[in-house]
Design a protein around this ligand. Structure first.
Ligand code: NCD
Length: 453
């Protein structure tokens, strides 16, 4: 098993002792003492130690009253632990430190006499004891590997509920309390490269992956399919080999044909990771995870909600990946809604039902997910005309009134305004469409990080 490097902090209002430990030995050494001003630490100093040691986890000593109850300083320590988590995106564990200062003093005393004791030394030594106590605890905890580690991300079907929850948690660390994106304090994957290979038009998804990778400190190349040698007949697999040989670690692939990302993944095996960014009418798994992440932020009780997915179900890879993810998370009522020719889906999954009447189907739902009419994928005229479609399936304020009053409205984009959704709804108070865009960057950061860990 890989040895983990852990940094331990002995939190104090004036000084914070820091120690470094290794899980393989279970021992730690004091490193330094960082000044704090009424609990506000010198973050520049903490950044330096984090950058120097690149720890896998952090431990914070939790000062408690002798009976174990929390006191004022305990809240400050908890706040410090939260800040560490937010800034560095690392797991942070709180350690009961009731006896550490006493133990540190007596240890140091035994080693060199009481005169040698100064505050800084005691704090450093306390941090060592906190770290060793945390390591002893961690040695008994074997964390499962990150959900996508060493794999490819091709379908939401491949993920267990626990893995989906972990990805949501990982994405959540890149949002602040108001849901705005935050940067990692330092580049997390500075020596990794991502290549976007889009064989179909895309603005949102391609930019979202690019921004996510940049936030992680990666290099990004946007492979221009139109002007590439692929036009000269070079096969996609050859292109992947060349790019991989030049140092690409992750390929984000969108293709009009079902199965192309899977083919690429099989060819590359463990030489590089592949993310399916949409293949034909098959799947679009990162979209589904960002949708689920959005739903979860607004409706945390996934096991109690009703979701309607409305529109061109038949041609929608977004609908397919969403159904698998929602169903894995035990969402009990998933309603697929659309005109008969566009309503094709295997309904063997529990909780899934098909509807042709929009008003009936969205009555009482918590989430309305609208889909784009995929005219480019329709071989035959599946719907009479767009005005007719809007009349029956376009989401207007009037129809939305049948959903729960606090229902959220989603759309993966690009939207056809006044075809599947009215501008009033798209820009209205129940719409979370732009939130989906922000949360998408956080979720893609989590997916990339997990694949490369
Ligand atoms: C979706 C796609 O390409 O599958 N869009 C997206 O990823 N933002 C949905 C669509 O094109 O309708």
């Amino acid at each position: 098993m890989k040895s983990l490097t852990v940094l331990g902090f002995d939190f104090g209002l004036k000084y914070i002792g820091v120690a470094v430990g290794q899980s393989v030995t279970g021992t730690a050494n004091p490193l330094l003492t960082i000044p704090a001003d009424q609990g506000k630490p010198r973050w520049d100093k903490i950044n330096e130690v984090i950058q120097r040691w690149r720890p896998d986890a952090l431990l914070v000593g939790m000062p408690l009253a002798l009976d174990g109850s929390e006191q004022k300083i305990s809240h400050a320590a908890r706040h410090f632990a939260d800040c560490l988590k937010q800034r560095y995106g690392l797991p942070v564990h709180l350690i009961d430190e009731r006896y550490t200062t006493r133990e540190a003093k007596s240890d140091l005393f035994a080693r060199g006499g009481y005169r040698a004791l100064d505050k800084a030394k005691v704090d450093g030594w306390s941090a060592k004891i906190i770290t060793e106590s945390g390591l002893n605890h961690m040695m008994n905890v074997i964390d499962p590997p990150p959900p996508l580690a060493g794999k490819h991300f091709l379908s939401t079907k491949q993920l267990s509920p626990a893995e989906i929850s972990r990805l949501i948690q990982q994405a959540d660390q890149w949002l602040d309390a108001s849901g705005n994106l935050i940067y990692p304090a330092q580049p997390l994957l500075p020596h990794k490269t991502l290549a976007n290979l889009f064989f179909e038009n895309s603005t949102r998804t391609r930019c979202s992956f690019e921004l996510a990778a940049q936030r992680l400190g990666m290099k990004v190349i946007n492979f221009d399919v139109a002007s590439s040698s692929l036009k000269k007949g070079e096969s996609l697999l050859d292109t992947l080999d060349y790019l991989q040989a030049m140092g690409v670690d992750v390929f984000v692939i969108r293709h009009g044909e079902t199965g192309v990302p899977k083919q690429a993944a099989e060819h590359l095996a463990n030489r590089a990771a592949v993310i399916n960014a949409g293949d034909g009418i098959n799947e679009h798994p990162s979209q589904a995870l960002l949708d689920l992440f959005t739903i979860q932020r607004y409706k945390p009780q996934l096991r109690n909600i009703k979701v309607a997915i409305v529109g061109d179900i038949r041609h929608s890879r977004v609908a397919r990946s969403n159904v698998y993810a929602l169903s894995a998370m035990a969402v009990p009522d998933i309603r697929l809604v659309g005109p008969k020719p566009l309503l094709e889906f295997d309904t063997s999954l529990p909780g899934l039902s098909l509807h042709t009447d929009l008003v009936e189907a969205i009555t009482g739902v918590d989430v309305v997910m609208m889909l784009r009419i995929q005219q480019e994928r329709m071989q035959e005229a599946a719907i009479p005309d767009l005005a007719h479609y809007y009349q029956h399936y376009g989401l207007t304020q009037e129809k939305l009134a049948y959903a729960k009053p606090d229902a959220i409205v989603m759309h993966p984009g690009p939207m056809n305004r006044e075809v599947e959704i009215s501008s009033e709804v798209a820009d209205g108070p129940q719409s979370v469409i732009l939130r989906q865009a922000s949360f998408g960057v956080a979720m893609r950061m989590a997916i990339i990080e997990s694949l490369l860990s």
